[in-house]
Every structure is written in C-alpha cells, then in structure tokens.
Design a protein around this ligand. Structure first.
Ligand SMILES: Nc1ncnc2c1ncn2[C@@H]1O[C@H](COP(=O)(O)OP(=O)(O)OP(=O)(O)O)[C@@H](O)[C@H]1O
Ligand SMILES: [Mg+2]
Length: 482
C-alpha cells in the first residue's frame, strides 16, 4: 500500500483554473465527495501506481484511461481529469472535465511551472539522460529541494506529468527529454522552459526514424528552442556535432554557452580518469581551476556526465563546491551499472548489471568498464550481451563492431542472444565464444554454469532483449546462498 501525500499540490479550483475545465461530480455530490472542495497531493496516469489523494488523469494511450476510473477511485483518487464521464465511474466521483486530457495535463504542467520560482534544467542526448538527471538530483540536493522524476519519463506524457508534479517550493526541477522523431523535443522543452539545457551526446541511437546522425543532432538541438530568457546551453565540445548544436543554441537565443569534455578548450574539462571499476578518481578543470575529485560511480562516460551536470548546476546558481563534494556519494541505479556479489562454489563473483538498456555507445562504454574491473587470479571477465534494438539498417555492422571493444577489454568469454548478435558471434575468436542463444533466457543456465569465484560478469542489452533475466537469475542465486 502506498503512503498518502502529506502536502497538497492542487486544489479543485486551482486545477480548474489551470485547465479551463468544468468541476462536477458524476450524478451529483455523494458519499462525502463534493465536486468543488477536493485537494490533491499528486498526479497519476496509472491506477497501478496511483497514490491515495492523487488526481487521476485519464489519458488515451495504448488504452483509454477512462476505462480505469472505477479502479482509480477504489485506489483513493481525489478526483479525475477526464474528457467524458463514463457510466462506470462511481456515483458522486469528483471530475474535472476538459476537451482533451493530455492537453489538460500540459495545462497543469504550465501552471505548476508558473507558480514555482525555482530553476529548471532540461537534459537530452542519445545516451546519459537519466544518468545525468540522477547526478543532478544528488548534486543539487545539497543546495536545495530538487524535483525530478523517479523514472525516465521523457516523452509526450512523461515530461508534462513530471512538470505537473513540481512542488510549489522546490528550488530545482530536473527534466529528461527524449524523442523518437524530429519535432518531438521542441514542444516539450517549451513546456519546461529550462534555465539550463544540456545535450549529453549525439550518437547513433534510435536511428530507425532518421536518415543520418546529423538529423539526430538537429532533433536534439530542439531543446534550446525552449530556453527561458537568459538561459544557458550546456554543450558536449568533443562531439562531432558540437558546432551544429552551438549554432542552433545561438539561433534559439541562448544567453550563454558552457562546454564540457576532454579537450583543453572545454570549460568543464576531464583531465584524468582512474577507476578500479567500482568508483573513480577524477582530475577536472573548471574554467582553469584544477580539482581532484572522488566519484561514487565509475565510467569515463559517467565522469563526462558529471561535468555536464556540474556545468548546469553552476549555471542555475547551485553551490559548486558542495556539488563537487556530492559526487562521492553517487551510486549507480538498478540496471545501470549497479554491482552485486554472486555466491558461487564457496566463493564470490561480481555482477555488473547494465541490463536496463543499450546502444552502440553505451555498450562500448560498459565493455570498457568490464575491462577496467579487476578480477581474481585465474578468474574470467564474462560479457552477457542481448541485442541492441532500434538501430535501423546498420544494425548488423554495429553488432559485429563490438568484437573490437571486447578484445580490447580482454574479455574472456562472451554469451550472446538474438539474431542480430549472430553478427558479433561470427566475428569472435573461438576461444571467446561462450554460447549463442535465440533468446536471453536460453543463456541463463550456461552463464550460471560458467561463473566461478573471482569472475566478473557484465550483463547488457536493450530493454526488450530481456537480457535482464540473466542478471536476475544471478542475483537470486547470490541471495539464496549468501
Ligand atoms: N555520456 C554517455 N555516453 C555514452 N554512454 C553513456 C553516457 N551516459 C550513460 N551512458 C550509458 O548509456 C546507457 C543508458 O544510460 P541512461 O539511462 O542514462 O541513458 P538515457 O539517455 O536516459 O536512455 P533512454 O533513452 O533509454 O532513456 C547506460 O548503459 C549508461 O552506462
Ligand atoms: Mg532515460
């Protein structure tokens, strides 16, 4: 059972004023409910995660949310934002009726933004959006209350939902903005009106709906169109499309530019990176001021994300020294590099769970991390890889291309699943081949058999490859025997 909210986010009148909707109760006031006197502590679009006291927003997506009004009120909804009053809504249930519920949600989001006097940061990019958002959450929270979504929530409903939940007194809001098509980021950035906008990187991810990586860069650059007056563009200086991004930011009226990366010209520069695989020691230079920093999460790409986050944090007035110190407290999230011990034959192996998602850039980064992680004497580095999806016609070559990174990282044994991974399998020397299986579940037994004390196992693939099943199986085994 979820805890009810302790504070009110929306009263009936505020929500009605924001959306221009009509307050009513189905069949008239009843059961202690009144059409106009409710207050809601939160907003939900899913009855499975709805908290008592939420406004339930009946969106039409894969299914029509209006079908779930009954369960929303059973779960304790304070009111529902609807486009019609369905017959099975409970008698007396308080409704806020609008023409279109997604527009209603956007209207709530805009009103939430207008009444909040904090600073907002928007993050987009081909990889690292959620990572950077989580880094920002941690490094900003030492300066003030931070609002950010718990999940990726970066699309046409995720962004307005997150913004509509912005507490009035939050000092910072962090918003992840994603896209599958050109033209999707502009309106979302226009909702958020960020004071700082970050493009983490531009790479061949989600290529399916694009003809080139340059088109992707153009789509990411849309984030600058929503910048608030005086807003700052935070740019990846080492990226091939840096000049393009900068030009678009200029055209969009960015008031200032800050760069991050590894080249000397970067305002926030990574000078040196050392890692034992668990955390990292960084040497960074901020506008020429050199600092030694401890980071709680490993990965050169994560260090770069941290620089982007520091740049944005400073741009919105957070305390830079406190933000830098907070980097030591970072911890990887579930499925994004979180480590676990796996008990095997009286010994311990290490699982690196990267199974949340994958594209060629993040795959190469994770393989590099596996290579940097120390192993026991005579032990093995094992990679368990599911397919990278949504890559378009280059997919076979991008899968085959992973062989190089695996060799460079001195990976001993490779287990792969899915037809696209056959292109990698064919490239691997026989000594590295663990098993090829049609689907990820087919790998579980073989991986479990192969893992020995001192080994390090890294599991990664696109979410839909279901390679997380292998990570889960190893974790369950760790718990059973420990
Ligand atoms: N700057 C980066 N460059 C390359 N890879 C990265 C970078 N940051 C994170 N990654 C890797 O990319 C993967 C996805 O990270 P993350 O979830 O932060 O990205 P995202 O952009 O939010 O993805 P999604 O589009 O799925 O929401 C992880 O495996 C992570 O290790
Ligand atoms: Mg994400």
């Amino acid at each position: 059972m979820t805890e009810p909210h302790s504070e009110n986010l929306w009263t009936a009148y505020e929500a009605a004023a924001a959306t221009g909707g009509a307050l009513c109760a189905r069949g008239g006031d009843a059961k202690g409910w009144t059409a106009e006197e409710w207050a809601a502590g939160g907003i939900s679009i899913d009855t499975r995660t709805l908290k008592p006291g939420d406004i339930f927003v009946a969106l039409r997506d894969a299914r029509d949310g209006h079908e779930f009004l009954k369960s929303a009120f059973e779960a304790g909804a304070a009111a529902a934002l609807v486009a019609r009053a369905p017959e099975d809504a409970p008698e007396g249930a308080p409704l806020l009726v609008v023409g279109d519920t997604l527009q209603g949600l956007r209207d709530l989001a805009v009103a939430a933004r207008r009444r909040n006097f904090g600073k907002r940061i928007a993050v987009t990019g081909s990889a690292g959006k959620t990572s950077t958002k989580e880094i920002l959450r941690d490094i900003l929270s030492v300066s003030g209350e931070v609002h950010a979504a718990d999940k990726s929530f970066n699309n046409h409903w995720g962004v307005p939902l997150t913004l509509s939940r912005l507490p009035m007194h939050a000092e910072f809001g962090v918003f992840e903005i994603g896209m599958n098509h050109a033209g999707e980021i502009s309106p979302l950035s226009g909702l958020v009106r960020p004071h700082a906008a970050i493009v983490t990187t531009v790479a061949a991810a989600h290529l399916e709906f694009f003809n080139s990586v340059e088109e992707i860069a153009e789509a990411k650059a849309e984030i600058f169109t929503g910048l608030a007056r005086g807003g700052v563009a935070v740019l990846p200086i080492d990226n091939r499309y840096y000049e393009l991004l900068k030009k678009r930011a200029e055209q969009a009226g960015a008031a200032a530019f800050v760069t991050f990366g590894e080249t000397e010209a970067a305002d926030y520069q990574l000078l040196d990176y050392k890692s034992d695989g668990a955390g990292a020691r960084l040497k960074i230079s901020i506008n020429g001021d050199v600092r030694e920093v401890t980071a709680g999460i490993p990965g050169r790409h994560q260090a770069i994300n941290m620089l982007a986050a520091l740049a944005a944090a400073e741009a919105v007035g957070a305390n830079l020294d406190a933000a830098i110190n907070a980097l030591a407290g970072l911890r990887p999230a579930e499925g994004r590099g979180a480590r676990a011990s796996v008990m095997v034959d009286q010994g311990e192996a290490t699982l690196i769970d990267e199974s949340y998602n994958a594209n060629p850039v993040s795959m190469a980064a994770a393989i590099g991390l596996l290579g940097a992680t120390p192993i026991g004497a005579g032990a093995k580095r094992i990679a368990v890889l599911g397919e990278m999806l949504e890559l378009g016609p280059d997919a076979p070559a991008l899968h085959a291309g992973l062989a190089e990174a695996l060799l460079a990282a001195k990976v001993d044994r490779v287990y792969v699943s899915g037809e696209l991974m056959r292109h990698l399998w064919d490239k691997l020397p026989a000594s590295m081949r663990g098993l090829f299986a049609g689907s990820a579940v087919g790998l579980v037994g073989a991986v479990e058999d192969a893992v020995e004390p001192g080994d390090v196992v890294m599991v990664k693939g696109s979410n839909a490859s279901k390679v997380s099943a292998v990570a889960r199986a190893l974790k369950v085994r760790g718990q059973k025997e420990s």
